[in-house]
Unconditional design. Sequence first.
Length: 263
Amino acid sequence: MASFDEVIPPGQVGFVNATLDTEKLHGSIGRGITVYTDDPAVPKLFLTVRAIVLGGVAILPHEMVSVSNRGPSNRGPKLLIRRESTETAELAIRDAEATVPWLRVTAERLMQPRPAGDGLPSGLPGDWVLFVELDETAPYGRYREQVHFKTGVGRQPDVSIPVVVDSRPPVQLSTERLMLGTSEAGGVPRETVLLTVRRDLDPKMLEVEARPETLEVELEPSGRRGYKVHVGWQGTDSPRGEITFRVGAESYSLPVAASSDPS
């Protein structure tokens, strides 16, 4: 927000007074102000307000969290939170929560030095470690969420951190819907789907269930984590059903329909 002297006599000095709201800012920042005049030589002026805003906490290694279920990145601490040296209040993380219920957020205070590891710098007593993890109800897909928490310090009492979520199903298929032809005399309609088991799961634990029974499925290993899924239809009516792939506690279903089905 800015105020200014609307009329400046020739040869005199005018002032522009700017107020910068720094409640949600910290670090080195810059904001621009444009001043329009009736001076034909300088019809427009660009002013820059620069400042260093001292926050109450430092968030390491960076102020963003990435969460994935594709491997080790889904485990372990995500952020180290430290009180800034110029802040006098005690750091106490509380009310940590995410914008969705399937993101678990917990915080632990360090009582002794913690060596660097898990992507975090070394921690000191009084620092806090924030954990952000997916639970089993997380939907598959890519999302942007946020984590909020209170710090107990005066200059930065509330903190919001963006969270990038990449939640993948237990298997990746070459199609999202399998289309089969209708059985004809002397032949059974068949199609092949390529399947890859997610890298943090054991391919040997893959189980397949097909419904109805006239939908037959055969697995052919293809590489370390892959399979060729051969699907056939033994029924005399139009193919329609579902193939469910399970790896441990996770499952993913592939719908099957007739190739003539417009839906």
